[in-house]
Design a protein around this ligand. Structure first.
Ligand SMILES: NC(=O)c1ccc[n+]([C@@H]2O[C@H](COP(=O)([O-])OP(=O)(O)OC[C@H]3O[C@@H](n4cnc5c(N)ncnc54)[C@H](OP(=O)(O)O)[C@@H]3O)[C@@H](O)[C@H]2O)c1
Length: 117
């Protein structure tokens, strides 16, 4: 949240690196997300995308399946409550599943990888 505040103040738009965490940690079977999905009559994928969208985070979910692509677009006819938002936030472990974008060595690696392509 602190990072998002800083970026917003500097006109930088956040985009989710992998909105479904690439399916890691059995995200689609997460009990908390399943219960919120059942409450809204939506899927876990839709709850995740709605949670990100309500936080003004851009999502570009990847799917090779047409039915899932349609499902992933169908998130604009319901709203998560503040309580839903707060509860979902508690799933944050504070550690990236991928890598630390603030690690100078990683930033150097990424900038060099881009230069070499
Ligand atoms: N993560 C990275 O390293 C990275 C880096 C640069 C750019 N990107 C871009 O960011 C976008 C998303 O990243 P990502 O593909 O790595 O991860 P992601 O969107 O977090 O997860 C994609 C996974 O979720 C599954 N999925 C999609 N919709 C679903 C649904 N409604 N229900 C259940 N499963 C669903 C997909 O399976 P199916 O395809 O079988 O449906 C796929 O296995 C992509 O466009 C990617 O090119 C990612």
């Amino acid at each position: 949240m602190e990072t998002q505040k800083f970026l917003t103040e500097n006109n930088v738009q956040i985009e989710s690196w992998g909105p479904f965490a690439e399916g890691k940690n059995n995200i689609f079977g997460n009990e908390l997300l399943v219960s919120i999905a059942e409450k809204h009559g939506k899927t876990v994928a839709q709850i995740i995308l709605r949670w990100l969208t309500q936080r003004n985070i851009i999502v570009i979910p990847k799917s090779v399946r047409k039915d899932r692509m349609a499902e992933n677009f169908d998130i604009f006819n319901f709203e998560l409550t503040q309580e839903d938002m707060d509860v979902i936030r508690q799933l944050n472990t504070g550690t990236s599943l991928f890598f630390d974008h603030r690690d100078p060595a990683m930033v150097k690696f990424l900038s060099e990888a881009k230069r070499n392509t």
